[in-house]
Design a protein around this ligand. Structure first.
Ligand code: BMP
Length: 274
């Protein structure tokens, strides 16, 4: 399966231009780390992005937790993404009818389509949510064309998560149906062998796996979060490991991100046999 192939090979063959860019960044910077920058002021967010930028492939935001969000927040983020060569992933988890999510994604108060390369959605509403977001991002008048992608939230890390079974299988079905915009999944393992009666794996299929809940120092939190190490996440199929508090809440976040980078990268080299 594609998870045994080096990022560079996957970059070369991939039909999606944003995925090519993502793999190229990983290869160039030797990192598969996504930092989940869950801080609550613009200054903290931009400082973190500037400090950690050299060691990460992707910066994940929850833009609605900032107490002082303004256009300066996203101008700053875009500038730092260019300076350090990383992508931005707004973890908005769209979950509504198609007509609503189109307006939440493109335009609105947060203007997410303008600054976030990667977005995600849950498929609780059914296939229509993926269809609607794909329609917006592939329209002739959509200004950011090939530089945007969608991850389907196919599983969750929290205790008792209901994102399993048929929900997860359907996530794979919809990804296969809307490959033009869907670049992969947020999930806890490789889903490439997931098969339903409706869709089956195609030869050229190469979905990207982002895994959250990565932490070297803790097994979980008091609110149901469940952690694993970079090594175990990558061995189970993560192409990109997402860590929040393990990095930004460490005594020295730069020292911490370098540790996650090294461990995530070594686990990747081991998985692909390099
Ligand atoms: P932390 O590493 O501090 O536990 O943060 C995890 C991040 O990943 C949070 O931003 C959370 O919203 C997100 N996340 C998660 O923890 N589990 C999931 O299943 C999906 C997520 O997006």
């Amino acid at each position: 399966s594609s998870s045994k192939l080096p990022y560079g090979v996957r970059a070369k063959n991939h039909p999606n231009i944003l995925v090519r860019k993502l793999f190229a960044i990983a290869e160039a910077k030797k990192t598969n780390v996504t930092v989940s920058a869950d801080v609550t002021t613009t200054k903290e967010l931009l400082d973190l992005a500037d400090q950690l930028g050299p060691y990460i492939a992707v910066l994940k935001t929850h833009i609605d937790i900032l107490s002082d969000f303004s256009p300066e927040t996203t101008t700053g983020l875009k500038h730092l993404a260019q300076k350090h060569n990383f992508l931005i992933f707004e973890d908005r988890k769209f979950i509504d009818i198609g007509n609503t999510v189109q307006k939440q994604y493109h335009g609105g108060a947060l203007r997410i389509s303008e600054w976030s390369h990667i977005i995600n959605c849950a498929i609780l509403p059914g296939e229509g949510i993926v269809q609607a977001l794909t329609q917006t991002a592939t329209a002739d008048d959509f200004p950011y064309g090939n530089e945007r992608g969608l991850l389907i939230l196919a599983e969750m890390t929290s205790k008792g998560s209901l994102a399993k079974g048929e929900y997860t299988t359907r996530s794979v079905d919809y990804a296969r149906r809307y490959k033009k915009f869907v670049m992969g999944f947020v999930c806890n393992r490789a889903l490439t062998e997931e098969q339903s009666t409706e869709t089956s794996k195609s030869e050229d299929e190469d979905f990207v796996v982002f895994t959250t809940g990565v932490n070297l120092a803790s097994a979980g939190d008091a609110l149901g979060q469940q952690y694993q190490t970079p090594q175990s996440a990558v061995a189970r199929g993560a192409d990109f490991i997402i860590s929040g508090r393990g990095i930004y809440a460490a005594p020295d976040p730069v020292e911490a991100v370098k540790r996650y980078q090294e461990q995530g990268w070594n686990a990747y080299l081991e998985r692909v046999g390099l």
